[in-house]
Design a protein around this ligand. Sequence first.
Ligand SMILES: *Cc1c(COP(=O)(O)O)cnc(C)c1O
Length: 428
Amino acid sequence: MIYKRSSALFADAERVIPGGVNSPVRAFKGVGGTPIFVKEAKGAYLYDEDGNRLIDYINSWGPMILGHAFEPVVNAVIEKAKKGTSFGMPTEIETKIAELAISMVPNVDKIRFVNSGTEACMSAVRLARGYSGKDKIIKFAGCYHGHSDSFLIQAGSGAVTFGTPNSPGVTQGTAMDTLLARYNDLDNVKELIIANQSEIAAIIIEPVAGNMGCIPPKDGFLNGLRDLCDENDILLIFDEVMTGFRLAKGGVQELMGVDADIVCFGKVIGGGLPVGAFAARNEIMNHLAPLGPVYQAGTLSGNPLAMAAGLAMLTELNQDNQVFKRLEEKTAYLQDGIAKALNTNNVLHTINRVGSMISVHFDKDPVIDFETAAKGNNETFKTFFHGLLAEGVYIAPSAFETWFITDALTYKDLDETIAAIEKIAKTL
Ligand SMILES: *Cc1c(COP(=O)(O)O)cnc(C)c1O
């Protein structure tokens, strides 16, 4: 495939946008080469600026779960846009999507809409702190909760100490309030709780991790966290920005039968427009301004176009009782195909999958946390990525990303993808 025009557009972009992109992972730093510029997309396919058709396994990093330019969503946005695009005043559609979201998600009474997953997680943590009167939070290495300061933290020197900033601009003071634990390691969480008795407001977690590849929680891990939170008066925050409205109508809370205290959403809930949200029971949500003292606001929060897209998306997911089953079956089919292709060619690998989240790691050992995810062979991944791209299959340009399956994929698309992988596996 030829990427002449994409390369030229990237050069133009680099002159006026840092690194040529408005979000770093798009820049292909993890795989080398220059990013592909999209012209348009429909269903399961991207069409790039050089006229290539790509089967898309990113799907805007999750939102396009029913495919690109999904008609009910597009039409809802067009109709709304004709009537004004923003008012900064309440509109009925905000209540409609709130009612629907709350009816789909277990254990929540109220929901507040924001503009991104980052905002949702940042606000959820503020709410947890305001509600509990405590400052510290526990997060897990390898989990991503957006780019706000409290989350850009890496492991400090000692296992039971506070974290250190992993980006310049994050202050040491902020880092001191974020404790870092190993995913799937309940004992590690216990140690942190004991060392910081009565200081921890919340534990925030991707209940199925998706930002270090897909990593399922071990049996009993989420329940164990729930118990630890109850015993120590800590709020459990599920960051379901990726898993929400993807793994089940009610997300991981429903799928795995574990209740969180605050749940964060993004991605699918906005149908491809900039939307995030966080939700909880009344006793917690009523602490939020203007009802309570915890401040949180947004000029464009609940924007009518965004709400129209989100409402159309959730309505579709709510009506279609087979959609999550279909997504899972397609992803399992893909998993089988990938495994066969890699096994036949003796390529060391581990595939993790939960529902329609799947990731391929080029290491033979189980991938259960950030450390084991980081062990994968990145050179093999790069070859795999560029090989797939040359065959017209677009996966995320980083070994730490989950593939996002869309229901727009047909079995013919999946077979084409598997055939491409069979071809590339011979070169790995
Ligand atoms: C994508 C993501 C975020 C951040 O959402 P943005 O909309 O990019 O700010 C937060 N948490 C998780 C789990 C995510 O996957």
